[in-house]
Design a protein around this ligand. Structure first.
Ligand code: GLN
Length: 187
């Protein structure tokens, strides 16, 4: 059975496990360094507050091992704050993070007033519901990055090799399309 580890330091991790279990995938919560040394087929960095998650990852000694696992090819899926943690470059902030994906991300990119909204958009050619909460977007993507979704002229989902990111929260909808896409990347 496929086993995915979901970083469970803060934020919306329970919802990822719920959707994964519906897809018949084993889901384990990762809270401390020992948790990431088990055999995992993939990793999810959830939404939440990237400054808090980055600091905790660093303080707990999980940041460098996770960066190494991703660099060595472990499939990873970052949603919202998780996307921020995977970005090699942030437009305005400096946050301790794995920073493994060749993208530039702007945090709270829609401004405070309109940062949270629901829409239906196209992800990798499929229509999916998209929930944005104080969302970031991708300002620039490297040539190896494949753009999966553009909403209102902004890149909101992309992949690069073993890495998948969305600015929105598919785990807060009941549509499993994006998680299934991640599982397809793994297999
Ligand atoms: N605004 C948050 C941050 O900068 C991200 C919000 C989210 O994950 N829903 O970390």
């Amino acid at each position: 059975m496929t086993k995915i580890g979901v970083l469970a330091l803060q934020g919306a991790f329970i919802e990822h496990c719920q959707i994964l279990r519906r897809l018949a995938v084993d889901c384990v919560e990762l809270r401390k360094p020992a948790d990431i040394s088990q055999d995992l087929d993939g990793l999810i960095l959830p939404g939440g507050e990237s400054t808090v998650m980055g600091k905790l990852l660093n303080d707990l000694g999980m940041l460098i091992p996770i960066r190494k696992m991703i660099s060595e090819g472990l499939p990873v899926f970052g949603t919202c704050a998780g996307m921020i943690l995977l970005a090699q470059r942030l437009s305005e902030d400096s946050i301790p993070r794995p920073g493994t994906m060749d993208i530039t991300v702007r945090r709270n990119a829609y401004g405070r007033q309109i940062g949270s909204f629901n829409t239906v958009g196209t992800f990798a050619g499929k229509r999916v519901p998209m929930t944005f909460i104080r969302a970031p977007y991708i300002e620039e993507a490297g040539t190896d990055v494949q753009i999966l979704s553009v909403e209102d002229g902004h890149i909101v989902a992309a992949e690069q090799g073993n890495q998948l990111v969305t600015a929105f929260h598919p785990e807060l909808t009941d549509d499993p399309t994006v998680h299934q896409h991640f599982l397809d990347m793994i297999s």
